[in-house]
Ligand binder design. Structure first.
Ligand code: NCD
Ligand code: ZN
Length: 345
């Protein structure tokens, strides 16, 4: 039996939700990750202020997973002020997230006019708070062009605030990857599902709602560029799962929610994927080093161990309190790596 060991990884983009959903999904992340950047797009009340982030962090920690550190964020809207950024920083908030208005799950209060955030960006720059961007332009002629068309906005912010640390989240196109490379202060997160999927895995045959997310998976040439970036050894590209659980009933319906729930399968599938391409030696930096460096955090202490034994992925996780379940990405398959555990040697 072969084993794979690496420094405890980080997930730099994660949706945990709250209440019964949080309780159901959190254990899958804490068994694999030392820290995770927790997204603020809660419904009905998004996390907009430091105090709310602190309370949400306390809810996450109330489950007693003491080795896990949630990296808290606030959502930046056009109502965010520089003072709110300062208060959030004092409350331990590490990053601010911008959703373009209406572009994804719970983004109704998102931003239209980025120029109106001048003082907010200056304060974030001064506070070294990371700016997380959902990079989709709302007025593209096609949803397939939204990320490409957002690059002008990225260009504007990155150029005007050269010491603001910016992460283009869940990058999905070759074009965006080449744009990210142009700016010293810009990095990008890469998800597991965008390493694996193209648009045809969503709509090429029968409709696959559990492969549907924002930004939607694009063409094979884009997927190849994402894989190349993940394997490049560039410090600009690091892991963020965008694991986004939704109740099954809200995905399998007339207006299905965007979001793919990958949390239970991430590290086993990443090990399998990197090994298949002969790149396993690059996985530790991608998941446990480059992101921490960009955020200005120390690396995690523990060691995560996986073993090469068949792993039958669960199809869904049931949530009795909600009388529903959440479907697992590629659930039902058997893959070749399983999580063994964490050691602190
Ligand atoms: C995310 C969610 O469900 O909150 N959905 C998604 O498709 N990725 C929001 C987001 O990150 O866009
Ligand atoms: Zn997300």
């Amino acid at each position: 039996m072969r084993t794979y060991k690496q420094r405890m990884p980080d997930d730099f983009h994660l949706h945990l939700r709250s209440g019964a959903m949080l309780k159901a999904v959190l254990p899958y992340t804490v068994e694999q990750f030392g820290r995770a950047t927790v997204m603020p797009n809660l419904h009905p009340d998004p996390i907009l202020m430091g105090l709310q982030a602190e309370m949400y962090g306390n809810e996450i920690m109330s489950y007693g997973f003491n080795s896990f550190k949630p990296l808290m964020t606030i959502q930046i809207t056009e109502k965010t002020t520089a003072q709110m950024i300062r208060q959030a920083q004092e409350a331990g908030v590490i990053a601010g997230k911008i959703y373009p208005k209406g572009m994804t799950t719970n983004s109704e209060n998102g931003v239209v006019d980025y120029k109106s955030l001048h003082k907010v960006f200056l304060q974030m720059e001064a506070s070294q708070m990371v700016l997380l961007l959902h990079g989709e332009h709302p007025h593209s002629t096609s949803s397939l062009y939204r990320e490409r068309d957002f690059m002008d906005t990225l260009d504007y912010i990155a150029g005007k605030y050269p010491t603001l640390k910016i992460v283009l989240e869940h990058v999905t196109t070759a074009y965006a990857i080449s744009t990210v490379k142009m700016f010293k202060n810009v990095a990008a997160t890469i998800t597991l599902h965008h390493l694996l999927l193209t648009l045809d895995d969503v709509i090429g045959g029968k409709l696959k709602p559990h492969n549907f997310c924002k930004p939607i998976a694009k063409f094979e040439s884009d997927r190849e560029a994402i894989v190349e970036a993940a394997f490049s050894g560039s410090h600009k590209f690091f892991f963020g799962s965008d694991s986004a659980p939704h109740q099954r009933s809200t995905k399998e319906c007339e207006e299905g929610c965007a979001g793919i729930f990958t949390a239970p399968v991430i590290m086993p599938m990443l090990v399998e994927f990197f090994e298949k391409h002969g790149k396993l030696r690059l996985l530790e930096n991608f998941t446990a080093r480059y992101g921490a460096e960009f955020y200005g955090l120390p690396r995690n202490e523990g060691i995560l161990e996986l073993v090469n034994v068949p792993n039958h992925l669960p199809k869904e996780i049931s949530i009795p309190e909600l009388n529903d379940s959440v479907v697992v990405f590629q659930g039902g398959q058997t893959i070749s790596w399983s999580i063994k555990g964490v050691s602190h040697a």
